[in-house]
Design a protein around this ligand. Structure first.
Ligand SMILES: NC(=O)c1ccc[n+]([C@@H]2O[C@H](COP(=O)([O-])OP(=O)(O)OC[C@H]3O[C@@H](n4cnc5c(N)ncnc54)[C@H](O)[C@@H]3O)[C@@H](O)[C@H]2O)c1
Length: 274
């Protein structure tokens, strides 16, 4: 299905990341992946010891899990989407290695207003916290795509997919507040980009809303076992699993479809229940 095609996979923190399942599905179907992970770059300045240690640990986990799960020959790059220089550097590296791409998985999110599974009320969220979450979790789809396009790295007929959650539209039983607004922006960006890029070079842009999933770092930081069980009971088919997501994302990424601007659900039907 992906023979001769190369996809950028962002958002692998470890082997439990949703992005890892998508990467495996692409490899299984004869495609190539290039993985990006959070880590220290030359563009980080004034990092505290704590931040430096966090980034180093993140990169080590990312690199090890890519090697173990996807193989030693998969290319990995540091990418911090909050640093335009890091995005630029990543694109320059792809260019210098003569790599162009046929698609991208955006699986990046961060919200510092959720700590120890506790969500800060929206009325207590500062403008800085709002913008940080928006930058990492939503605008990064624009900045990364724009950079790839401007460097001539995005092949005509490419496909881009990002990951969202039902909270972009509805207040769920465990309201996410700040990140919900960023997810709503991510979904709207999907639709606007689908129009712009579709007309420019036939690139498709879609987004998938997935079930609550405790397995990843983001899931562990935000969800409780009760949350996941509650969602499973509400969903007609129970919670969707990462492999269900991987099948759907692979379908959206594969060449030759005319599906674009979609906000899809892979959630066991959770979204249809009132
Ligand atoms: N876990 C869930 O319940 C769930 C449900 C629906 C959607 N999602 C979405 O799926 C995506 C992947 O999440 P996951 O559950 O696999 O968790 P994860 O923790 O494995 O992935 C989140 C990723 O975001 C990356 N990231 C954060 N800040 C970054 C930055 N500045 N630059 C580059 N990368 C950065 C992290 O390094 C990590 O790899 C996210 O968009 C998340 O919101 C998750």
């Amino acid at each position: 299905m992906f023979k001769g095609k190369t996809y950028i996979i962002t958002g692998i923190a470890d082997k439990h990341s949703l992005a890892m399942y998508v990467a495996k599905e692409i490899l299984k179907n004869n495609g190539k992946v290039i993985c990006t992970g959070l880590g220290v770059s030359q563009f980080h300045t004034d990092l505290s010891d704590r931040a430096q240690a966090f980034l180093n640990e993140s990169y080590k986990n990312f690199k090890n899990s890519v090697e173990e799960e996807l193989g030693q020959d998969v290319k990995t790059f540091v990418l911090d989407v909050t640093l335009p220089e890091s995005i630029e550097d990543f694109c320059n590296k792809l260019k210098s290695e003569n790599i162009s791409i046929d698609g991208l998985l955006h699986a990046i999110a961060m919200d510092k207003t959720i700590r120890n599974k506790k969500v800060k009320p929206l009325l207590e969220v500062s403008f800085e916290e709002f913008c940080d979450t928006m930058e990492v979790s939503a605008f990064s789809l624009v900045s990364l795509t724009a950079s790839l396009k401007n460097h001539g790295l995005l092949n005509a007929g490419s496909s881009i997919c990002s990951l969202s959650y039902i909270a972009a539209q509805k207040v769920t039983f465990h309201p996410y507040r700040n990140i919900s607004i960023a997810k709503a922006a991510l979904e709207r960006i999907t639709i606007e980009l689908a129009d712009e890029l579709g007309r420019q070079n036939g690139t498709r842009v879609n987004c998938v809303r997935f079930s609550t999933y405790l397995g990843s770092k983001a899931g562990t930081a935000t969800l409780t076992t009760e949350d996941v069980e509650h969602a499973a009971q509400k969903s007609p088919l129970g919670n969707a699993q990462p492999q269900d997501l991987a099948y759907e994302v692979a379908h959206l990424l594969r060449p030759g479809t005319r599906i674009t601007g979609e906000i899809r659900h892979v959630d066991g039907g959770y979204n249809i229940v009132g």
